[in-house]
Design a binder for this molecule. Structure first.
Ligand code: ADP
Length: 320
């Protein structure tokens, strides 16, 4: 079945992840190079489920950039929207796995190639052929990629794409929390589908309550679907006419990196050809069940991209 194009805009980078937890990367006996960057993960999530995906962003013209572009292509994601910067290098993240299971990051971004994407470099033909245009926030942090982000959003919207937003807060990257909140809220009312995590909901509302009232305080008139993901507690959904919750699946979790991206990719795959499903609660609940299954499966293997499920893996979990 032919399906509409989902374009995912933003950063792609390499996470250097130590093979053991509780020590810094420098002290670890070894490390893995894991491709990451939420928008790139979403593009691969879509392609692995059989959808049509393109990634738009900038990589360094270096071994890391070529490795990342190769990973997208191997996974069936169009690389037609990728630019290579001749000067700056691909973004890198150096991860520490703390003994308590949390991750700490140090970034090579001074500036990295992704931050240097210019509006005049955008592949507008690709962007304007999107049925869904998905993006995060990291590309809002500095110019020129901020202008490129806003220009791409505008072009996609004018061409009739559904705009989908996952803030992917990553607070340590921002100059200050105030700036993060301000920039995120500056594009908030453009998106028609928004997915936030419980942590992002707390940050954006400034309240530690995760309930309908706090979620709905973020509602805006252009919004069609607001999702709050709650890890092992599943997700909550809000539309113009109804709200509810869908439980998560119980799985053997080993690494939650990229669960939100697996969830978003699955959701977008299911609505790209039929946006009316958003307004039909039983159908929306089926889609969110599928998205929860994909999120759950992505936690059962290490890494983000390697752990993204296929449609048959997701259907098998749904039947279990
Ligand atoms: P994010 O990665 O953005 O923080 P979540 O961790 O909330 O997002 O994960 C997104 C979705 O993936 C959840 O709504 C849930 O369906 C699924 N998921 C995440 N963690 C688990 C888990 N430990 N067990 C089962 N499902 C999970």
């Amino acid at each position: 079945s032919s399906s509409g194009l989902i374009v995912s805009f933003g950063e792609m980078l390499i996470d250097f992840v130590p093979t053991v937890s509780g020590v810094s990367l420098a002290e670890a006996p070894g490390f893995l190079k894991a491709p990451g960057g939420a928008p790139a993960n979403v593009a691969v999530a879509v392609a692995r489920l059989g959808g049509k995906a393109a990634f738009v962003g900038k990589l360094g013209d270096d071994e890391f950039g070529r490795m990342l572009a190769g990973i997208l292509e191997e996974n069936g994601v169009s690389a037609d929207g990728i630019n290579f910067d001749q000067g700056a290098r691909t973004a890198l993240a150096f991860v520490t796995l703390r003994a308590d299971g949390e991750r700490e990051f140090m970034f090579y971004r001074n500036p990295s190639a992704d931050m240097l994407l210019r509006p005049d470099e955008l592949n507008l033909e690709l962007i304007t052929s999107a049925k869904v245009f998905h993006y995060g926030s990291i590309s809002l942090i500095v110019e020129p990629c901020r202008s490129a982000h806003l220009e791409a959003m505008k072009a996609a919207k004018e061409a009739g794409a559904l705009l989908s937003y996952d803030p992917n807060l990553r607070l340590p990257l921002w100059p200050s929390p105030e700036e993060a909140r301000e920039q995120i809220m500056s594009i908030w009312d453009k998106a028609e589908v928004i997915k936030v995590s419980d942590v992002e909901l707390e940050f954006l509302t400034g309240s530690d309550k995760i309930d309908d009232e706090s979620a709905l305080s973020l509602w805006h008139p252009n919004l069609k679907l607001l999702l709050v993901t709650l890890g092992e507690h599943g997700c909550r959904y809000y539309t113009k006419s109804f709200k509810g919750a869908v439980d998560a699946f119980r799985v053997k979790t080993v690494d939650t990196t990229g669960a939100g991206d697996a969830f978003v990719g699955a959701l977008l795959c299911k609505i790209v050809d039929d946006q009316s499903a958003i307004e039909d609660e039983p159908r929306l609940r089926e889609i969110l069940k599928f998205a929860n299954a994909c999120g759950a499966l992505s936690t059962t293997k290490k890494g983000a991209i390697p752990a993204l499920p296929t449609e048959s893996e997701a259907l098998a979990l749904l039947k279990r």
